[in-house]
Design a protein around this ligand. Structure first.
Ligand code: NMX
Ligand code: MLT
Length: 426
């Protein structure tokens, strides 16, 4: 048994005991009540899920296993994954064992490339990515062991195997489909000894192999890794997973949600919108031009992509991390400069609309400008990178849910008639 399995095994025993005690002492305590407007309104603010990998206080932003993202931006995705899974950053030895294991599982079966090659040439990169994950489903260790009759207490073990296999393969799939979809030439093979960030950069293409782009990739993979349990992709993933569908089914389903413009696709939409703005005014727009464009967008009934949030009520610390990266490396880049200036203008305009609960930027407002700067200009690809990172959190959440023997997710719905009766009954 390698370190992570031993470590998790011990921790899971403790977590199970802790949960039993909690259920005995507080099983009947109320966490949340639900109003009619919450039921009609996307369950916003209803506290009805347990997620221990991370939490998102509305005035602080992402906290991973008790550590604020701000303190983790120099860590590697491998360290963050260990942290998400076990609740602790790895020691040097633990990291070396865990990283070697990931490295040994990188190989993507040829049948994945065969299918991707036959997809329509204009398929969205997220469609290609999710298809690749779904095709890999036949590799699921969980499914094989479930069919062989594994005990429920042990479900987390093959789920962890699926999780590590997925994490190890996704950079190669993501980079390969980038080259395929955007005619960049042959697919580049993984380098056995490279870490996740380095290998992803290497497989995207020679033009990206610089120290600065490596640093951006590392930050990108860390900052998008998890955002508690209630966001669309996390909720969808865990709901699918709760039916004992394996992780391949679960995360490809969750990522179909990430591919929506109100969720992860907002990074594509944000850069597209910024380029339209720059195109309209022929370069870096003035403050008045920015205001006009924001107002025009709002007046036409569209949202400002990259702004607002269902939980946060402050500037997203992930946005701040990316903004600081741009300020350090290329403050005068015209697209990045436009992003920085929009940060001064958009919140002021959104505050004027009383209905917007959070006028501040979220993670998706700056990332596109950074990738664009380094020549990764195909913005329909950006959500794939978000998904590679988010697979860390989603798979870790699933391992924990299996470990804690979480049941089927099945809330109760009511009809509009039921609500009308509520009115009549006062
Ligand atoms: N631009 C214009 N209107 C907005 C914006 C925005 N950026 N954000 C919220 N609103 C509107 C929203 O559409 C709603 O209008 P209506 O009642 O007419 O439907 C109203 O303000 C109230 O919405 P909120 O309660 O503030 O936000 P909610 O929790 O419903 O939605 C988002 C959260 C993130 C979906 C919303 O802020 C939004 O659409 N933002 C733009 C898209 C985006 O950046 N998504 C990425 C989120 C992060 N991620 O990576 O997933
Ligand atoms: C996320 O990273 O998942 C987004 O910020 C959306 C959310 O948390 O609701």
């Amino acid at each position: 048994m390698s370190d992570i399995r031993n470590k998790l095994s011990k921790k899971i025993d403790e977590w199970r005991k802790e949960e039993k005690l909690i259920m005995e002492k507080a099983g009947n305590k109320e966490l949340s009540s639900v109003t009619v407007s919450q039921a009609f309104g996307g369950m916003r603010g209803v506290r009805a899920l347990i997620c221990d990998t991370s939490r998102v206080p509305q005035d602080e932003g992402l906290i991973i296993r008790g550590i604020h993202l701000k303190k983790l931006i120099d860590n590697t995705p491998e360290e963050i994954y260990f942290l998400l899974l076990t609740g602790e950053l790895p020691t040097k030895d633990e990291l070396s064992g865990f990283s070697s294991e990931i490295k040994s599982r990188k190989k993507v079966p040829d049948y994945v490339w065969d299918v991707l090659k036959h997809m329509p040439k204009d398929s969205h990169p997220m469609t290609m990515f999710n298809t690749a994950i779904l095709i890999l489903q036949k590799e699921s260790v969980f499914q094989k062991e479930y069919n062989a009759g594994i005990r429920k207490e042990d479900y987390w073990k093959p789920t962890l195997e699926d999780a590590i296999n997925i994490i190890a393969k996704l950079p190669a799939i993501a980079a390969g489909l980038y080259r395929m979809r955007f005619n960049k030439g042959e697919i580049i093979s993984a380098e056995p000894e490279s870490d996740l960030s380095g290998d992803y950069v290497h497989m995207l293409g020679k033009e990206f192999e610089t120290e600065d782009f490596y640093d951006l990739m590392k930050l990108y993979l860390v900052a998008h890794c998890d955002h508690e349990g209630g966001n669309v992709s996390a909720l969808a993933t865990q709901t699918i997973n709760s039916a004992l569908s394996d992780l391949y089914y679960s995360i490809s389903g969750g990522f179909n949600g990430l591919a929506g413009p109100l969720h992860g696709l907002a990074n594509q939409e944000s850069l597209k919108w910024i380029l339209e703005l720059m195109n309209k005014y022929g370069g870096t727009p003035s403050e008045d031009q920015l205001k006009n464009f924001v107002r025009e967008t709002l007046n036409s009934g569209k949202v400002i992509p990259g702004y607002g949030h269902a939980v946060l009520r402050v500037t997203d610390p992930r946005f701040e991390a990316f903004l600081n990266f741009g300020k350090k490396h290329f403050p005068e880049d015209p697209v990045f400069l436009t992003v920085s200036r929009l940060f001064e203008v958009v919140p002021v305009e959104l505050k004027k609309l009383d209905k917007v609960k959070n006028p501040w930027p979220n993670v998706d407002a700056a990332t596109g400008s950074l990738l664009y700067h380094y020549g990764l200009k195909e913005f329909s690809y950006y959500t794939v990178m978000f998904a590679v990172s988010r697979s860390l959190g989603l798979t870790a959440q699933a391992v924990l849910n299996r470990a804690l023997l979480k049941p089927l997710i099945r809330p109760k719905s009511v009809t509009t008639e039921d609500i009308k009766e509520l009115i009549n009954s006062k």
